[in-house]
Design a protein around this ligand. Structure first.
Ligand code: BEZ
Length: 213
């Protein structure tokens, strides 16, 4: 078991998936990535989650994000379950599902929380940047399906704040005003944020989202 924290390099691994053998770092290439675990195949919440991710493929592609799912079931089980997902969710699963029967990857990423369940993975989400560093970790229990709109929202924030000196306030959505990063001096603002800014307090300075026309 290893503890992974924000800013750490995402551990690399080579493993079997429904799209063949994957070396995680090579598979990611220069893309952003999402690695997410689900407790087990042929379970209801997971079925809706994987169908939803398949439907969101175009949104992930638009953001240059590759998605890989994982569960501790084997390839044969995954392949049979994919047929059910496609049938019941009206989708075509279009991303790899890692077959982690030996729990190698789930152990590496600390996805099994024994006090919740000692055999199955919880619903972990890791967002990884093109530098292979971990940018976001979220953990949900088995009983709560994830909100993939929230995942897209947070990726928009991660990508915006990676390239511009801003942070995103509570309940921010793509297109909303942003907070100017505290490290930016008032003197730097006109150059960095030519669209203008509002100083609510000296420590709370707002600006229109910088990467929008
Ligand atoms: C589900 O995906 O539906 C599920 C999996 C494990 C425990 C509870 C629900």
């Amino acid at each position: 078991m290893s503890t992974i924290r924000l800013g750490d390099e995402a551990p690399n691994f080579t493993t079997q998936s429904t799209e063949g053998e994957i070396n995680f770092h090579e598979w990611l290439g220069d893309s952003w990535g999402i690695l997410f675990s689900h407790p087990a195949d042929y379970t209801p919440v997971c079925t809706t989650e994987l169908g939803t991710v398949a439907k969101y493929k175009a949104e992930f592609d638009k953001r240059n994000v590759k998605v890989a799912a994982l569960s501790v079931d084997g390839l044969e089980s995954h392949n049979g379950w994919i047929k059910d997902i496609n049938e019941t969710q009206g989708t075509t699963v279009n991303f790899p599902i890692i077959a982690d029967e030996d729990r190698k990857v789930s152990t590496l990423y600390d996805m099994i929380h024994p006090n919740a369940n000692d055999k199955l993975t919880v619903r972990s989400v890791f967002v990884i940047g093109p530098d292979k560093k971990v940018k976001l970790i979220i953990t949900y229990p088995a009983s709560t399906g994830r909100n993939f709109d929230e995942l897209l929202r947070v990726i928009d924030s991660l990508q915006l704040t990676a390239y511009h000196k801003v942070a995103t306030p509570a309940n921010w959505n793509n297109g909303d005003d942003c907070v100017i990063a505290p490290a930016v001096t008032n003197e730097e603002i006109p150059t960095l944020f030519p669209k203008g800014h509002t100083e609510v307090k000296p420590y709370l300075r707002m600006t229109p989202q910088p990467n929008l026309k």
